[in-house]
Design a binder for this molecule. Structure first.
Ligand code: FEO
Length: 167
């Protein structure tokens, strides 16, 4: 049986993953509007991935005997200063999500909820991967620079990362 405290924390995490999905969607839209099609492609994919992360927890809560609560989505910005800002914000959002997953994992141990602890291991590994991906993109941005040609090459490089993502 799912402890009440863990059910509440999982519902908070559902909200967090859904928010991440819409945050990426808002950045994908801005990038596409700017003609940054590679970055937009990557961010659309990222948005879909976050929705999958959200749904996996959603289904788990109900399967484990709790009740999943539909997330509340705030309004996200429609404008960003630059492609660097987009990916800096993305990394910050992933770091904050890693903290949230880690605290959830710690709660599971405290509550002796080993089933949810096991379920969350996938998220621990996924957070590691995602932080690495965004750090990798930010180093590319730093290396290639932010003049016109640099942006063109960054966009191409990010598009290539999206092409390598499993669908
Ligand atoms: Fe679902 Fe990027 O965390």
């Amino acid at each position: 049986m799912l402890p009440k405290k863990i059910e509440t924390a999982l519902n908070k995490q559902i909200n967090q993953e859904a928010n991440a999905s819409y945050f990426y969607l808002s950045m994908a839209s801005w990038c596409e509007y700017q003609g940054l099609n590679g970055a937009a492609k990557f961010l659309y994919l990222q948005s879909e991935e976050e929705r999958v992360h959200m749904l996996k927890i959603f289904r788990y809560v109900n399967e484990a005997g709790g009740q999943a609560i539909t997330p509340v989505i705030p309004k996200f910005p429609t404008k960003y200063k630059s492609v660097s800002e987009v990916f800096e914000k993305s990394l910050m959002q992933e770091i904050s999500n890693t903290k949230s997953i880690n605290s959830l994992v710690a709660d599971c141990l405290k509550e002796k909820d080993f089933s949810t602890f096991h379920f969350l291991q996938w998220y621990v590994a996924e957070q590691h991967e995602e932080e690495m991906t965004f750090k990798n993109i930010l180093s590319k941005i730093e290396i290639l620079g932010s003049d016109g040609k640099g942006i063109y090459m960054i966009d191409k490089a990010i598009g290539k990362i999206a092409d390598q993502e499993p669908t």
